[in-house]
Write a protein that binds this ligand. Structure first.
Ligand SMILES: [Zn+2]
Length: 399
């Protein structure tokens, strides 16, 4: 019994040391063994032991030793982001947006696959097609795909890879991570799409330098996520940050969740564009970019709707800011294309409604923010010591 406990202890210590060193290198870029020992407080022998393991597994690479005037400098070490691959899948209405990335969620190849209906079986077929396609696009010298991240709007049981509820896709208790794993034999992690987006920014993006920050997504829905002291908050029921379902107007417009008056029933991206189209009598070919261009050219209606949306989202966001006290707020989602037409009024509302000085709003303007967020779920296993369905599917991660 004692020997068994000791074994578990050693395994945990080993995993924690690996996590410590990998996270340090993720933040700092490149450091020598001596510097790692100094910063972490680990002994040089421990650092050498852990680092040698990580190099053998292709997770770390050694840089060139430089011979300077003062003699030989220590060998720098860095994370070998190119040495392993991840796949991210974001579930949209009617299609899956999929991406093959290296470990830093840098895009290698992308594909969008449509599904006929949102039933789990149809979505599984589409996901399998996308995964097989992306695997053929992998560079020959890159390592294997270490994991697949699947993100969708909803309440997700992250531990077990189950979608407890998604109003948009009519899913109830679907163990999708396990279903997809059985098809492709690669560990699958699932997460709410806004949380996945926050996680990607926490690990490699605009939130990397901050201990506490907020992520706001304005797309088909509106969602918020908080990273507090380095940890993503999911809440007691996986429902933290559902800002889009905050009550905006009692008995107001019908929301996809079945309630009347939720914030996103007024100001989600498709809703504001549709309102502009309807009031202008325009057809469906006029999309968010047409609306943005019209507003930029000074069209009063487009400008007024965007101002109203920015202000009202800002008012609800102010409560989030006062509770979480984030250093910055990263914003993603399709509505990012509206830029300061939306963010200007949002900042003004935060100025008025926040108790403390409001945080800076940092828009993420990449094309692949959703699917890269999903890919980050797979690489998160490297840096975190969290359990997931993947842990029962063979220990291909190093946590
Ligand atoms: Zn709602």
């Amino acid at each position: 019994m004692k020997a068994e406990m000791l074994k578990i202890d050693q395994r945990t210590t080993r995993a924690m040391n690996r996590r410590l060193i990998l996270n340090l290198l993720r933040r700092e870029g490149s450091l020598s063994r001596v510097e790692i020992a100094e910063i972490t407080g680990l002994s040089r022998a421990t650092v050498t032991f852990v680092v040698n393991d990580l190099i053998a597994e292709n997770y770390l690479v050694e840089g060139e030793t430089v011979r300077g005037a003062g003699g030989r400098r220590p060998i720098p070490l860095a994370i070998n982001y190119a040495g392993h691959l991840a796949i991210g899948i974001k579930m949209n209405v009617g299609s899956l947006e999929c991406i093959l990335t290296d470990l830093s969620t840098e895009a290698i190849s992308t594909v969008t696959v449509n599904f006929l209906d949102p039933s789990p079986e149809s979505v599984l077929d589409a996901a399998e097609t996308a995964i097989r396609h992306l695997m053929t696009a992998a560079p020959t010298d890159a390592g294997a795909v270490t994991g697949i991240g699947f993100s969708m709007p909803g309440t997700i049981d992250v531990e077990n890879g189950i979608c407890i509820k998604s109003h948009r896709f009519f899913w109830d208790n679907v163990p999708f991570a396990d279903m997809l794993y059985k098809r492709v034999q690669v560990p699958v992690w699932m997460e709410d799409d806004t949380i996945a987006f926050a996680l990607a920014h926490h690990l490699f993006g605009l939130g990397r330098q901050y201990n506490t920050f907020g992520a706001l997504a304005i797309g088909v829905g509106i969602g918020c996520a908080a990273v507090s002291n380095g940890v993503v908050l999911r809440g007691g029921h996986g429902q933290a940050g559902k800002l889009g379902h905050t009550m905006h107007k009692l008995n107001g417009a019908l929301c996809e969740c079945g309630r009347k008056g939720c914030l996103q029933a007024y100001y989600a991206e498709p809703v504001i564009v549709e309102r502009w189209r309807t009031e202008k009598g325009l057809g469906p070919q006029h999309d968010r970019f047409s609306m943005r261009d019209a507003a930029l050219q000074g069209e009063p209606l487009a400008k007024a709707i965007l101002r109203e949306a920015g202000e009202n989202i800002g008012i609800h966001l102010a409560a989030f800011v006062d509770i979480v006290d984030p250093e910055v707020i990263v914003v993603g989602g399709e509505a990012v294309c509206f830029g300061d037409l939306l963010f200007g009024p949002m900042r003004e509302a935060l100025d008025v409604y926040c108790y403390s000085r409001p945080p800076a709003i940092l828009p993420d303007e990449r094309d692949n923010f959703w699917s890269s967020g999903a890919a980050a779920l797979a690489t998160q296993r490297l840096f975190n010591f969290e359990k997931g369905p993947g842990s029962q599917q063979g220990d291909s991660s190093i946590a």
